[in-house]
Structure formats: C-alpha cells, structure tokens
Design a protein around this ligand. Structure first.
Ligand SMILES: Cc1cc2nc3c(=O)[nH]c(=O)nc-3n(C[C@H](O)[C@H](O)[C@H](O)COP(=O)(O)OP(=O)(O)OC[C@H]3O[C@@H](n4cnc5c(N)ncnc54)[C@H](O)[C@@H]3O)c2cc1C
Length: 256
C-alpha cells in the first residue's frame, strides 16, 4: 500500500505489523511446511499480544477502533511470510469475529470475540461442504430445533484452522423447505462432544494452517449460540464476505 495514502497512525500500525512478521522464527515456517506444526498457536498468540488482530473493531471488544485500510495493510504484511499465516490470522479474528461483532449479542462478543483477540481462544469458519462450496445455500448440514437447543449434523471441508479451533462458526439448514436464502442459520459451535476434526489436506502453500474436515454428529448447540436471526444466515454471510474478499486480496498482494 502506498505510504502517501496513509495516516501517521496507519503507518505506525503497518510498522508494528512488519515488526511482528520479522518476529516469526524461520524454523516455525519450515516446521509448518513439513506439517510438524499443524496449527501455529504461538504465532496467533504473539499477534494478539501485539494487538494486531481485529484492529477495526471497537476497543471495548479488543480492537483498536481502526478501519478497513488498516486491516488490509496488516493482512498484506502478514501475507508476506506466506499464505498459511495470513489464512489462520484471518479466519478467526477477521471473519468469525466480524460476524459476531456485527450480528452477535454482547454476551457472544464477551465470550468469543474478546478471548480470541487476546489469543486465549481460536476459531474457524465452516461454510464449504464435501458436495462443493460454490453452491453455498445448497448446504446439507442441518440443525434441528429441539426446544432448548439445536441438534447439528453434517460435514464441512477445507476448514482453515480446524485443527486448533476452540469454536466454529457454522452455517446449517434450519428450514430445508424454505427458499435457499431463507433456509439457513449461523451458529457458534463449541468444540464439544460430537465434533470430530480430521487434519487432512496437506495443501501446498497452506500446510501448517490446520486445514481439516469437520464432522458434526448430534452436536447440541444452545439457542443462545445463534448468530443473528434464525434463518438469517444470508445477512451474516453477506457481511462476512467483505473481510473474506478484501482480506484474501490483501494477503495475496503480500505473498506476491
Ligand atoms: C486456501 C483456501 C482456504 C479455504 N478456507 C476455507 C475455510 O476456512 N472455510 C470454508 O468453509 N471454506 C474454505 N475454503 C473453501 C472455499 O470456500 C471453496 O473452495 C470454494 O467455495 C469453492 O468450492 P469448491 O472448492 O467445493 O468448488 P466447487 O463449488 O465444487 O466448484 C468447482 C469449480 O466449478 C465451478 N462451478 C461451480 N458451480 C458452478 C456453476 N453453477 N456454474 C459454473 N461453474 C461452476 C467453480 O467456479 C469452480 O471452478 C478454502 C479454500 C481455499 C482454496
């Protein structure tokens, strides 16, 4: 990003991001590439210690009251050391937390966003299924309303950070007969009984980022873990795609 377009504060944070990237030990990069490290917890904890994650969120939830330009600049700098670092940096702090900040309750922000930005919790986003990712609203993972909770069953794949995640942002069908865009709900799912993670893919350029397949078998999800409205996944998905696309573009510039 061009220096002359940035404010002094943005330049300062850009320098902080550059310092952080220099901190990453060479051995960590090599160990991730050979899958000796399957999920770089220390990397995320250090990013959190430097308060670099989720900088555009309000300070009250652990951010820095900054903007999209600053977010993109940080993603670009992190992308310099490799796509896998930017991916794990992005999924929890920039995507999952974005959905919770915009659509979640204060209780969810307290329980899931603040600890993630402190480096105490890790998260992954679960959209793609073995049947394909492009047809997102054709998902088959379903959550049945059981009164006090939802019963979640299904499978997701290509989930970055699955290996280390303490919780997952999961999109599932709650009303399969409705129009596709009105059929799904977004949930926070704790890594609990019935959640199985398989570290699988060995993706070139993305090894060490914890990418895995997740199977949900009769997982009980409390109703208070719905993000946004029931059957309101369309709204959550639409805003979550903003950091998804901007972040992916920025980290790719960094990697280039
Ligand atoms: C590095 C990386 C990280 C990822 N991280 C995550 C993650 O953390 N969480 C997550 O949920 N997902 C993740 N994904 C998955 C990603 O979202 C999917 O790969 C993407 O949505 C495409 O789905 P698919 O790979 O199943 O391809 P498909 O949907 O099977 O599509 C295959 C090809 O067919 C084309 N195609 C599909 N439908 C049509 C159509 N109707 N008409 C014409 N062409 C069509 C597509 O354009 C594509 O070229 C990640 C992927 C990558 C590469």
């Amino acid at each position: 990003m061009f220096d002359y377009m940035m404010t002094k504060e943005q330049l300062k944070i850009r320098d902080e991001a550059r310092d952080f990237v220099k901190w990453v030990p060479r051995q960590m990069i090599l160990d991730m590439d050979t899958d000796k490290i399957k999920f770089p917890k220390e990397f995320l904890q250090e990013a959190a210690r430097r308060n670099l994650m989720g900088c555009r969120y309000p300070k009250k939830w652990g951010g820095r009251d900054m903007d999209w330009v600053t977010t993109c600049m940080i993603m670009e700098e992190v992308g310099v050391i490799g796509y896998e670092f930017a991916c794990v940096f992005g999924v929890g702090a920039e995507l999952v937390c974005d959905a919770i900040i915009r659509h979640g309750t204060d209780e969810q922000k307290e329980k899931y966003v603040k600890p993630l930005l402190r480096g105490d919790l890790f998260a992954a986003e679960c959209l793609t299924e073995p049947r394909g990712g492009s047809d997102f609203f054709g998902a088959t993972t379903k959550a049945e309303d059981k009164g006090d909770y939802y019963l979640l069953n299904g499978m997701k794949r290509f989930i970055v950070g699955a290996e280390g995640a303490d919780y997952f942002l999961v999109y599932a069908k709650t009303h399969p007969d409705a129009k596709p865009q009105e059929s799904m709900t977004c949930f926070i799912v704790d890594r609990t009984e019935g959640v199985e993670v398989k570290y699988l893919y060995g993706l070139m350029g993305c090894r060490g980022g914890g990418t895995g397949r997740i199977i949900f078998r009769d997982v009980k999800v409390p109703k208070k873990n719905v993000v946004g409205k029931v059957q309101g996944a369309y709204a959550v998905f639409n805003t979550m795609m903003i950091p998804e696309r901007l972040g992916t573009a920025s980290m790719t510039i960094g990697a280039a």
